[in-house]
Design a protein around this ligand. Structure first.
Ligand code: DGJ
Length: 750
């Protein structure tokens, strides 16, 4: 069913807005005071002028009533864009200092517009429209002369509502924005759990689930990047919700800078979820006639549990958010030089790795860090984006051309937003960095952050990367970013605008990236920030894939992939087969398990030295072929979390045409007398037979063709998972003994 926006009038002749598709509805109305009251977000409800549930006006003890409205206490009224100081005690969506110095506003309904085309968010990444309808509701505060346009988009085929707001100063004097959230979702009082993702470097995306507490639960970043400590994503769900059952509300922010997601359970137990730019260390001077557009906040509803929520996010990201040029396109298998050579890279080594890349059947060679002027370790050279003459006497473009002559693609690494204190760039332009006067600049990985709010900095960076990309020899860019902001200020901004620096940086960054990706649509861009330090929907709007984590060791990667999969589909995730023992955690894991975990990312490769490759050459060659054969299925398929336990993990991936089903089983630590476990597969055809064509890599890929199971049996009875025991006999019912083992079952629908 196509998305619809129906506007009716309630019994007081006030407008009621109902946005729906065949599965979900988002409904709100205008109260008699002109305020926007939220009525419903969830399963589809036929638009009507009368609903069985609505905000109440009943006598409560010891509360303040909104401006002469009897029994109208805003602390218990679900609202669309709540403000501070007019009887709502919860954290508002909006807070600003008016020209007369106070911070009171009352936004009342003025008008609405229904659009077939989703409005563009100036200078910001946002989901595409198409097969959607948008509603823009205008509210005004006639004392401060502030106007806010609240924008909502509902889609035909996705259970997603996209929200943003635009604040316009129609007054004669400056207003200072302190808090301008992109969305507010007020949920009725109930027992909810919340789930969020976070961690730190090399341990990103750990999932954490807890009951929504009384008070306020806050996820935020103030470091200039969305960060790896908390991802700008949250789920709030009915208590008892599982992977497959239950109602889930989820919000994610299409932004890569400072964010704040607040879940507040107020005095009457209703729950408010606000998503937007972090108000901490934020101020924006809005002069007369100016406007401020908030980034986009996406709201998802699923009544099929957390997997249902993830399916919604995955298909929406694929269809509406990821760049269209690589949508559904299998990603090249690759060799990345980082863990193969680190900074010790030169023309000979690149050509040697290119030969190995070719002979393994891989499709692309990526030269990571270390290729530019004087870059022999991480203490120098960022900013000086010229080929190192000693390592690459003919220039990196010439090497790229030679690699391409071998029939390979060529990729290159940049950390463009950064500058090393020891660099010609900083000598020439000491004022080009993020910093504040008279303070020492703290360094992260020996580097400083360039001030991308400045157009001269953007222009310089564009010229540097453009010079290399215009050679036509580069097929892929790994866009890294290896530190967050400290001592935050810009030499270009006036004293009263210093707290605008982080958002202006993001606008500058997006402007630069957009210019580059628009000029080079054939280039595949990978977002990286020391792994997942800025892995968000903002960056993924411009770049088709991301380096999820520097944790390349598969057992360390399991919780990261599992956590990230709550929102991100395999098609945006990159991984590679690491050397053993792993360089970060020292773990020794078999090649098979490294391959099997990596299977569930669409961008797959390896980062091994020539010697490491030679040791496992034949096996690697087979695995590379397997990755290539399955590339289409993984980039276009549907991923499901089947089981996630301390000691084992099961994931499933169904190809887009549903004909092939992959089931990955990862067993972490060996132990004795473990339970027998089974996995209940998801979303199969109950009436079809599924032939177990390969149990990849266990028995030299022998096809066990006699095993054919009904889809109904695989889903309802479950598949016995192989058993691990040091006491075991040989056979298909066993995993190899020892720690860190895996199986990858491949079923073909008959
Ligand atoms: C951090 C990235 O996450 C790594 O993959 C690698 O590219 C290094 N930077 C290079 O300095």
């Amino acid at each position: 069913m196509t998305a619809k926006i129906i506007v009716t009038n309630d019994s007081s002749a006030m407008p009621v807005f109902a946005l729906s598709n065949s599965s979900v509805s988002y409904i709100f109305r205008v109260s008699i005071e002109g305020l926007l009251e939220h009525l419903h977000f969830g399963g589809r409800v036929e638009p009507s002028s009368c609903y069985p549930s609505e905000p109440k006006r009943l006598h409560r003890g010891c509360v303040v009533e909104f401006q002469n409205s009897p029994h109208y206490n805003l602390s218990d009224v679900p609202q669309e864009y709540p403000v501070f100081g007019t009887s709502d005690n919860r954290l508002p969506a909006f807070h600003a200092i008016n020209a007369d110095g106070n911070s009171t506003q009352v936004f009342r309904y003025k008008s609405y517009q229904i659009l077939d085309n989703k409005p563009d968010l100036e200078g910001l990444p946002s989901a595409r429209g198409g097969a959607s309808k948008s509603l823009v509701v205008t509210v005004i505060d006639d004392i401060s002369n502030l106007r806010v346009e609240l924008s909502y988009t509902v889609y035909d085929d996705h259970n997603v509502v996209a929200r943003s707001s635009r604040i316009i100063n129609d007054g004669a004097n400056r207003v200072t924005l302190l808090r301008a959230m992109s969305s507010c979702l007020d949920l009725p009082a109930a027992d909810y759990d919340l789930l969020h993702l976070g961690g730190t470097w090399a341990r990103e995306f750990n999932q954490d689930r807890l009951p929504v507490p009384k008070g306020r639960f806050v996820l935020e970043s103030a470091t200039g990047a969305s960060g790896n400590v908390h991802n700008p994503f949250i789920s709030v769900m009915d208590k008892g919700t599982t992977e497959r059952h239950g109602r889930v509300f989820s919000s994610a922010f299409v932004y890569s800078g400072n964010f704040s997601i607040n879940v507040e359970k107020g005095e009457f137990d209703s729950v408010r979820v606000t998503t937007g730019i972090n108000p901490f260390n934020f101020q924006w001077q809005l002069d007369s006639g100016e406007s401020f557009t908030t980034p986009e906040s996406l709201q998802v509803f699923s009544n099929a549990g957390l997997n249902g929520m993830s399916q919604t996010w995955h298909s929406f990201i694929k269809d509406k958010l990821s760049p269209e040029n690589y949508q559904g396109v299998p990603r090249p298998t690759y060799l990345n030089s980082w863990e193969a050579a680190y900074f010790d890279i030169d023309e000979d080594k690149v050509l040697e790795l290119a030969d190995r890349t070719k002979s393994l059947g891989l499709e692309m060679l990526v030269v990571d860090d270390g290729w530019f002027e004087g870059r022999n370790d991480d203490t120098t050279s960022l900013g000086d984006w010229y080929s190192d003459k000693r390592k690459f006497p003919n220039g990196i473009e010439a090497v790229a051309a030679r690699v391409k002559q071998k029939g390979l693609k060529f990729g290159l690494w940049y950390d463009l937003e950064m500058v090393s204190p020891e660099s010609n760039l900083l000598l020439d332009h000491p004022d080009w960095i993020i910093g504040v006067p008279h303070r020492v600049n703290s360094k992260g990985r020996n580097q400083l952050t360039l001030d991308l709010s400045r157009s001269d900095v953007q222009n310089y960076l564009f010229a540097r990367i453009d010079q290399i990309l215009s050679s036509g020899s580069i097929d892929y860019i790994k866009w890294d970013m290896n530190r967050t902001m400290t001592e935050i200020g810009s030499s270009r901004l006036s004293v009263d605008r210093q707290l605008e620096t982080p958002h202006r940086y993001m606008l500058g960054l997006y402007c630069l990236i957009k210019k580059i990706v628009t000029k080079y649509p054939q280039v595949l861009f990978e977002n990286c920030a020391a792994g997942g330090n800025r892995f968000d929907l903002g960056m993924l709007h411009y770049m088709s894939q991301g380096w999820v984590s520097d944790m390349s060791e598969p057992i360390g990667r399991l919780p990261i992939t599992n956590g990230a999969s709550h929102i991100f589909p395999p098609c945006v995730q990159a991984s590679y087969i690491c050397p053993v023992p792993n360089h970060l955690n020292g773990r020794q894991v078999s090649l098979k398990t490294r391959v099997d975990v990596g299977f569930f990312s669409a961008a797959r490769g390896l980062s091994l030295s020539a010697e490491d490759i030679d040791k496992d050459f034949e096996a690697l060659k087979r695995y590379v072929q397997f990755y290539k054969d399955t590339a289409d299925d993984v980039v276009n398929g549907q991923f499901y979390r089947v089981q996630y336990h301390d000691n084992h993990v099961v994931w499933q991936l169904n190809s887009a045409n549903s004909k092939t089903v992959y089931l990955g089983y990862f067993h972490i630590l060996s132990a004795v007398n473990l339970p027998f476990r089974k996995a209940h597969l998801v979303n199969l055809d109950p009436e079809s037979q599924y032939l177990l064509t390969s149990d990849f890599g266990v028995t030299n890929e022998q096809v066990d063709s006699h095993l054919s199971f009904g889809g109904d049996a695989l889903m309802n009875m479950g598949l016995d998972l192989p058993y691990v025991s040091a006491l075991q006999a040989e056979g298909k019912d066993y995993l190899e003994t020892g720690d860190f083992t895996s199986r990858l079952f491949v079923f073909k629908k008959r």
